[in-house]
Write a protein that binds this ligand. Structure first.
Ligand code: GLN
Length: 209
């Protein structure tokens, strides 16, 4: 049975994730309703506009089901706006704040790169990988503070000398500030599918034969 991966399809770059997942043999599903979540092994929250995505999720009754998904330890990957939504804390929000799902013990600056350069590509050194990963940043956020349980997979040195994190993992949660679905580097989707597979195996062990 292929892994069943949902991609939240409220807004933003969900189609590209679906193509990448299918290229790796997963069954990819566009998710718009809470009742679709039960049948999935993993979930991707794509890039786009985190405030818009949060508002649509509220309107469609998805905020609590998505929070439950995260708090139940089910595998989830947020890219760009998706990373913002998964963060416990976000700065440079619109006035009155915005809806976050939370779960990932980090602070993100919503428009860390957007305020410097709207979009750009960069080669990232990724912990444990033997060649750099080409990364596409589009009005991208950055992780500016990580809690103790957060593993840093890739960092970025800003021109002002600050180092920020652009790929992080905490247990079942993966967060990337850039758009791996646009770069063609399938290693990020492979990494997430490996996390999902490990999660599914742990789940099967818990529920017994
Ligand atoms: N900075 C954007 C936001 O606040 C995210 C941009 C993106 O997902 N490409 O949602």
């Amino acid at each position: 049975m292929p892994l069943r991966i949902g991609v939240l399809a409220l807004q933003g770059a969900f189609r590209e994730h679906i193509q990448r997942l299918e290229a790796l043999g997963a069954a990819a599903v566009e998710v718009r309703r809470a009742d679709q979540l039960g049948k999935l092994d993993g979930l991707i929250i794509p890039g786009g506009e985190s405030t818009t995505m949060g508002l649509v999720a509220e309107r469609w009754g998805l905020v609590n089901p998505l929070r439950q998904w995260v708090s139940q330890g089910r595998p989830v990957w947020g890219t760009c706006a998706g990373l913002i939504l998964l963060a416990d804390r976000a700065t440079s929000q619109k006035r009155d704040g915005q809806t976050l799902l939370g779960g990932l013990d980090v602070s993100v600056n919503r428009n860390f790169f957007g305020s410097q350069r709207d979009s750009f590509e960069a080669d990232l050194q990724v912990a444990g990988w033997n060649s750099p990963s080409p990364a596409v940043f589009i009005r991208a956020p950055a992780v500016v503070e990580t809690g103790p349980g957060v593993e840093i997979l890739a960092e970025w040195s800003a021109p002002d000398g600050r180092t920020v994190q652009v790929a992080v993992r905490q247990d079942h949660i993966l967060g990337t500030a850039f758009h791996p679905e646009l770069s063609g580097d399938l290693r990020w989707h492979r990494l997430f599918l490996d996390m999902v597979e490990a999660g599914a195996a742990a789940q099967a062990n818990r529920s017994g034969p």
